[in-house]
Design a protein around this ligand. Structure first.
Ligand code: SAH
Length: 369
């Protein structure tokens, strides 16, 4: 099988959206307010509106004098994301939203409600440049990076939807965020890290989710994993390994041609050492491709050697994507795979996949209208 090596740092095809309050840190907010000729206390007031009240429309910020709402709105609250449609399944507890950005770019996020938590799967890029052949997003290529505010606003909107009881199950709270939607978060590094800070800082600096309930998932850009480890954040790192051997991984995750399994696991170990966090390994189980018993043994051995007990394997039964011949493994093969990984001393579970019938499951986001 021949798969083109992706251009990891390929040029986005479109420019970035206008600046928004959520792009700015505390100092940036103060400067922006000053530039608008407003008193300094407005900076905190605007942050409280956005991060605590989850309000993104300046016209509705009634603690602002009516005369300045328009000026504030056009300078700091441009409409970044407009919902094109919501599609739901699982009795309304899984909801996918198709968003249109300011320049027409399409992207998706998926909200999944469970009895004890609500998780939002967000996009960090429109499209993706990593070209993994089993992933629908990877097939379309990269349109552009999302801005910090475009990433944060997906979360704000979902937090508001939960608070307002728009998701089946009544009023609730958004508790978890996973960077497992469209895009490779570590290829949009600076904006993603800034977004993580806004998502996890307490209001009015941010949306106040706990760092531990945020997961950043990567194809394995080893230098960026090390850099993330040094940010002083305790977010969960998930690495999309998909096979323990370089020969197959070169084709399943083409960026493996640049950073091998050993280099990725070394970086993951560094992450665990620096943060004290257990690392998640994602493994999409594909029938007759990466589901052999010997691969389960090798996976368990390599992970145990690199990370000891500080690792957990999430098996993801392959979700079908348009035009792909590949399929999930049969259940007995899956069970045997789990058994063998565990036998090497590594914890391993099968991820419950939600949203297949609305093309909202892992690897199915294509942002088609
Ligand atoms: N680029 C990041 C974020 C995407 S996360 C990353 O690769 O980690 C989405 C997860 O779903 C990744 O582990 C990805 O490899 C996996 N995935 C992609 N396509 C899939 C499919 N068709 N079925 C199951 N999992 C898939």
């Amino acid at each position: 099988m021949s798969v083109p090596v992706p251009l990891v740092f390929n040029a986005p095809r479109r420019g970035m959206p206008p600046t928004h309050l959520a792009d700015l840190d505390e100092e940036g907010r103060r400067e922006a307010v000053k530039e608008l000729g407003l008193p300094a206390f407005r900076a905190d007031q605007l942050a409280r509106q956005y991060y605590a009240r989850l309000e993104a429309d300046a016209e509705k910020m009634t603690d602002l004098p009516a005369a300045v709402r328009e000026k504030v709105g056009s300078a700091l609250f441009p409409t970044l994301l407009t919902p094109v449609k919501h599609v739901a399944c699982d009795d309304g507890t899984t909801r996918k939203t198709l968003w249109k950005a300011n320049d027409g770019t399409l992207l998706e996020s998926v909200l999944m409600r469970y009895p004890d938590r609500a998780t939002l799967c967000i996009s960090s890029q429109a499209g993706c440049g990593m070209a993994c052949p089993f992933c629908a997003t990877g097939q379309a290529g990269l349109t552009r990076n999302l801005s910090t505010a475009e990433i944060v606003d997906q979360v704000r909107a979902a937090a508001a939807a939960m608070r307002d009881g728009e998701v089946a199950g009544g009023e609730g709270r958004l508790s978890n965020v996973v960077f497992m939607g469209m895009g490779e978060p570590l290829a949009n590094y600076k904006r993603v890290v800034a977004a993580v800070r806004r998502i996890t800082s307490p209001a009015p600096e941010g949306l106040g989710l706990s760092q531990r309930s945020v997961t950043v998932s990567t194809v394995g850009l080893a230098p960026a994993i090390r850099k993330l480890a040094d940010e002083g954040l305790s977010v969960t790192l998930a690495v999309s390994l998909h096979t323990p051997d370089d020969e197959l991984r070169d084709t399943l995750v083409p960026v493996n041609n640049r950073w091998t399994v050993a280099e990725v696991l070394d970086a993951a170990k560094y992450y665990a050492d620096q943060t004290g966090r257990r690392v998640s390994i994602e493994y999409a189980l594909i029938r007759d491709i990466n589901d052999q018993g010997w691969r389960a043994d090798l996976l368990g051995k390599k992970l145990h050697k690199a990370l000891g007990s500080r690792v957990h394997v999430n098996l993801i039964p392959l979700n079908p994507t348009p035009g792909s011949k590949w399929d999930a493994s049969p259940k007995d093969v899956e069970r045997e795979f789990v058994r063998r990984v565990i036998a090497q001393g590594v914890s391993c579970t099968v991820r419950d996949t939600r949203g297949q019938e609305i093309a909202a499951a892992c690897g199915q986001l294509a942002a088609e209208n």
